[in-house]
Design a protein around this ligand. Structure first.
Ligand code: CP
Ligand code: NVA
Length: 308
């Protein structure tokens, strides 16, 4: 059994094994419908329990399809209907029940400590479906999408992030270390990655360059990533933050500087990207969203010790 909480704690070779499995499974399903089962029904009889403390469209749907295609089932709990949320039951007791009724637990939470707390008491794997610190299933899937479209290992590509130093960027930074790719980050000075993250980058001797000018950040880019300026956990003056990011909008002018680059965005989107970029040929956001299903299947298999 393996947990899937932060990419930085998962061995690079395991992350690569997950991507290799996802590629094979995706190829083998070309003629199948959404709910058809993969050959071998690898997770028959298994129950994935999902719980969302924050909104979700893609993660919810993609985990539903992922476990269904592996022949398992999923049950989504409403966090506001549990005793846990009202303080009437401990994480320890909740974890005990989840472990005896289910086979894996996917949690989207507003508190990273909760993931660690659950991990302490669960005897089934826990998967982080987004926390204030990271969004590991999203970024592993995005590495898959990049390699699928560019047909080259990500280590040979130039990756750029334009946006806030948030959970998605933290996972992208961890991925850049695990998969050894060059990463440029473009953001206003005030919103650069925290000291902890910078220390983690330094310790791992990775090549991450930070620019306070978006034009410099996209020079030579094969992929441009972005995300909402305001994340779900952000407790900031929203109007001010949006103003601070005014010059970091991804528009046609910026995209024209790297005509071969693809544009990716985990969604939902905000004002950080212009409509004509979002809907351009360079934008691959819909394939990106759909690939979550394929990669999360292999993550589930990895967690349950069934990866081929
Ligand atoms: N990208 C992503 O995680 O989307 P949801 O918040 O809709 O799950
Ligand atoms: N950074 C965003 C990602 C949403 C999928 C957020 O946390 O709200």
């Amino acid at each position: 059994m393996k947990h899937f909480i932060n990419l930085k704690d998962i061995p690079a070779k395991d992350l690569r094994r997950i991507l290799i499995d996802a590629k094979k499974r995706k190829k083998a399903r070309k003629k199948l419908s959404n709910l058809d089962h993969d050959k071998g029904t690898p997770l028959k009889g298994k129950l994935l329990i999902q719980m969302f403390e924050k909104s979700s469209l893609r993660t919810r749907l993609s985990f539903f399809l992922a476990i269904s295609q592996l022949s398992g089932r999923t049950l989504t709990l409403r966090s506001d209907e549990l005793h846990l949320s009202k303080g009437g039951e401990s994480i320890e007791d909740t974890a005990k029940i989840l472990s005896s009724f289910g086979d894996a637990f996917m949690l989207r939470t507003d508190n990273d400590e909760k993931l660690e707390e659950f991990k302490k008491y669960l005897t089934i794997p826990i998967i982080n479906g987004l926390s204030p610190f990271s969004h590991p299933t999203q970024i592993l899937s995005d590495v898959f999408t990049v390699e699928e479209i560019k047909k080259r290992p990500i280590s040979k590509l130039n990756i750029t992030w334009i946006g806030d130093s948030n959970n998605v960027l933290n996972s992208l930074i961890a991925a850049s270390i695990k998969f050894s790719f060059k990463l440029k980050v473009g953001c206003p000075k005030k919103y650069q990655p925290s000291k902890n993250i910078m220390d983690y980058i330094k310790k791992n001797k990775n090549k991450i360059t930070i620019y306070n000018d978006p034009k410099k950040a996209v020079e030579g880019a094969d992929v441009i990533f972005s995300d909402k300026v305001i994340s779900m956990n952000d407790k900031v003056d929203k109007k001010k933050k949006l103003r601070d990011f005014k010059n970091f909008k991804i528009n046609k002018n910026l995209l024209n500087k790297c005509p071969k680059a693809i544009f990716l965005h985990c969604l939902p989107r905000g004002s950080e990207v212009d409509e004509n970029v979002f809907k351009s040929k360079q934008s691959k956001v819909w394939l990106q969203a759909l690939n979550r299903v394929h990669v999360q299947k292999s993550i589930l298999l990895y967690c349950l010790g069934k990866l081929r």
